[in-house]
Structures are given as C-alpha cells and as structure tokens.
Design a protein around this ligand. Structure first.
Ligand code: GLN
Length: 247
C-alpha cells in the first residue's frame, strides 16, 4: 500500500508545529511498511482530487488566510470539495479548519469565503482570544474512549450547523467558541480542529484513524499493525496534566 499525502500551503499555514502532523502520519505509515509520499500544494498549484489519499492543512494568521481564501476561489476550492465528496481523508487545523467552513470573518470584519466542507461558520469573538492547552473527550466513532489534547490560540469562534458533528466535547479550554462545549468538526472523512501542538504525535489514535480511513478508500478494509506507543501515550498524559494545571 501507498499513502499519498497532499500538504496544503506548507510554507504559509504552519504554526505551533502543525507540520509535525505530516511527519507523524508519514512515519506511522512507514513504520508499518506502508510507503508514503508527501506533495506540497502551494498557492496556484493545481489540486487533483484523485491524486491524494489524505490532505492536510495547518493554521495561520489572518494575513495568510486571506491569500489562501483567494486561492480557494481561483484554484483549489472545487477540487477540494470533490476530494471530500470522494471520501479523501482531510485534516485541517485552526486557521485551516476555519476556511473549511462556509466563511471566516476575520478580526477586521473582512469575510473570507471558505470551501464549505463543514456546515460551519467562524466569526470574531466578543471576548479575548482563546489561548492555552485543551483537553477534549472525543466523540469520533471508534475513539469515544479517548481524549485528545493540544494547544489553541484563536480569535475566531466557530459554530457548527446541520450534519457537521464536533470532534468532541471540551473538558479543559475553549474549543470551537468557548460557549457550546464543542471542539472541532467531522463530516465524512474530513476533520477540523483547533488543536495545534503538533496534534497527532500526542494523539496517535487520531493519526491512525486518519491513515486507516485514507487507505480504505482505495484498498478496502485495512488493519493497521499496532505500534509501540509508550512514548506517545506518555506525551499525551503529560499534555493532559499540563492543561489541567494551567487553565
Ligand atoms: N487567524 C485565526 C484566528 O485568530 C486562526 C489562528 C490560528 O490558526 N492559530 O482565529
């Protein structure tokens, strides 16, 4: 098997270690003998929906988000929707997540159109930015007994609608909007979250779920060989403890 990852706007959208998610996905595939390729997809590059099993996009500031929103309009919006429709696995973090909804109204009040993979919209908050460590009780099917941890820093407040489900419920931190207790979004194989960090190295169960869903579209049911996650679980526990102590 081969895992083909497309990395959206690698040079523009990667804060708080978001790039580490791609390293984590690639390494967890290779440890299992699954070949992995990572293709950078920058501004103006064509996105071929069938060329990728998994698309990743990290977070960024409003300035970078403007450039990306423009590129979605002129180049990648439609193929991204086609990829999501075809069941390609997608993970988008923070500023990337915001642009996977219908729109992101930024701190200046400018409305940046998103691609609408999630039935969700993001508007500026009344209060201060939501900053700090986050613990989430996952509600992703198959991961209901897991927590997810990461670091959030966002001014925008995301509101989910319709069929779009949250990734989980906030135990510590702000999450989507600091009010309804939800964190992240899931629709088919597309996942959005505010968790930077990097997120996946200390939430390896989410990394494996993405790898499995990405491969199953082309290869049918996939059983991933278990890995020794002693260090990853230790990192997860340390992050949970830090979140409880600091917020
Ligand atoms: N600019 C967005 C906000 O502040 C996203 C920031 C980020 O990706 N950390 O809401």
């Amino acid at each position: 098997m081969e895992l083909r990852i497309g990395h959206l706007y690698a040079d523009l959208m990667s804060i708080y270690g978001d790039r580490g998610n791609v390293l984590c996905l690639a390494q967890r595939a290779r440890w299992r003998g699954i070949a992995c390729t990572v293709t950078p997809l920058g501004l103006g590059d064509a996105l071929l929906p069938e060329a990728h099993d998994l698309l990743f996009m990290g977070g960024g500031q409003d300035r970078e988000q403007r450039l990306v929103a423009e590129d979605f309009q002129t180049a990648k919006g439609q193929p991204l929707r086609e990829a999501a429709e075809a069941g390609v696995a997608i993970l988008a973090i923070c500023g990337g997540y915001q642009l996977m909804g219908h729109y992101y109204r930024d701190a200046d009040g400018t409305e940046l159109p998103g691609v609408g993979l999630f039935d969700a919209y993001t508007i500026p908050g009344q209060g201060p930015r939501l900053i700090g460590n986050v613990v989430v009780q996952s509600s992703v099917p198959g991961l209901e007994d897991r927590t997810l941890v990461g670091f959030e820093n966002h001014g925008g407040r995301t509101h989910l609608q319709g069929d779009t489900r949250p990734l989980g419920r906030v135990v510590v931190g702000g999450g989507n909007n600091g009010q309804d207790g939800f964190e992240g979004a899931v629709c088919r194989n597309a996942f959005g979250t505010y968790l930077h960090g990097s997120c996946l190295p200390k939430n390896p169960w989410l990394a494996d779920l993405l790898i499995r869903r990405a491969l199953e579209r082309r290869y049918g049911p996939v059983d991933l060989a278990p890995l020794d996650d002693t260090l990853e679980e230790e990192a997860h526990r340390a992050a949970v403890n830090r979140a409880r102590e600091t917020r």
